[in-house]
Design a protein around this ligand. Structure first.
Ligand code: CP
Ligand code: NVA
Length: 312
């Protein structure tokens, strides 16, 4: 499995098989449990990660950068001031030039086509650090968190309530790959991309899981092992925030919704959170909330991923 991931890109959760996700999570757990040993061994000594950010970030930037430090490597942060895709330089040239210096690229971009084009032209692995279409690194951390809390993934049911966005898309693919049922609850008009629904349902049929889209919050939460939400207006949709607040009313992750789920249901949010909108503060602070484990696990999951993509 280690060899199978060496040199690969990670643009979509669809790119990974269930076994490959398991291998990344196993490696993540091992590096998390043996932090001191990993720091001493410096498995990525001499390796550099180039990080391209078209959008803001707290978790993604800091978890990748500190992750590379722990693994003995180095990370370079490039802000939108440093590279202007299509303006200062083409995506193709950025990919070619960067991969002459660095060993792996992580990019947070608007259009998903940009990470795809970077991957086409880079001579090193390219990791999607969030595009408008997917957020695979987040979902690796989420699966690690659920596995830590529940001891397994296959057979569980996750209910995501909110916008059918990048996080929802990666969850649908990721859950389907590992055999976890995934229910998306959203207002009408905010469904996930139909192609993601069709493809994740096909993948789920093979893994013995189900992917469904519903519009009734109580129905979606029924029997859930995990309740998950994300902001109603993603980065780049700021001008729609007020209109979306109206349309998403009633689609909040709160204690009333948790009452429909299993008593041991965990609460998940990729963060940043807008308390009082998509999530109630109290629900985010229950003992079953794992939102800060998710944030920490960004680093551990990505460390597992980086080691395997770099053949270590
Ligand atoms: N969850 C997440 O990707 O956070 P940032 O936007 O802060 O990186
Ligand atoms: N859907 C959100 C996720 C932030 C981590 C966004 O794209 O802004």
């Amino acid at each position: 499995m280690t060899a199978a991931l060496k040199g690969r890109h990670l643009l979509s959760m669809k790119d990974l098989s269930g076994d490959e996700i398991g291998a990344i999570l196993d490696r993540a757990t091992a590096t998390k449990q043996h932090t001191d040993r990993v720091i001493a061994e410096r498995p990525l000594a001499g390796k550099t990660l180039g990080m391209l950010f078209q959008k803001p970030s707290l978790r993604t930037r800091v978890s990748f950068e500190t992750g590379m430090t722990r693994l003995g490597g180095h990370a370079i942060y490039l802000s939108p001031v440093d590279f202007k895709i299509g303006e200062r330089e083409t995506t193709e040239d950025i990919a070619i030039v960067l991969s002459r210096y660095v060993d792996v690229i992580m990019a947070r971009v608007f259009g998903h086509d940009i990470v795809q084009e970077l991957a086409r032209h880079a001579r090193c692995p390219v990791i999607n650090g969030l595009s408008d279409f997917e957020h695979p690194c987040q979902i690796l951390a989420d699966l690690l968190t659920i596995r830590e809390r529940k001891g397994k993934l296959a057979g569980l049911t996750l209910n995501y309530i909110g916008d059918g966005n990048n996080v929802a898309h990666s969850l649908m693919y990721g859950c389907a790959r590992v055999g976890m049922n995934c229910v998306i609850t959203c207002p009408k008009g905010f469904e996930p991309d139909p192609r993601v629904a069709t493809e994740s349902q096909a993948i789920a049929r093979e893994s013995g899981a189900q992917v469904r889209v519903v519009h009734d919050p109580a129905e979606g939460a029924r029997g859930a092992d995990a309740l998950y939400t994300d902001v109603w207006a993603s980065m780049g949709q700021e001008s729609e925030a007020a209109a979306r607040r109206e349309k998403f009313k009633g689609f909040q992750l709160n204690r009333a919704l948790l009452a429909h789920a299993r008593p041991d249901c965990i609460v998940l949010h990729c963060l940043p959170a807008h308390y009082g909108e998509e999530i109630e503060y109290e629900a985010a602070r229950t003992p079953n909330s794992a939102i800060f484990d998710q944030a920490e696990n960004r680093m551990h999951a990505q460390n597992g991923l980086l080691l395997l993509l770099l053949g270590k």
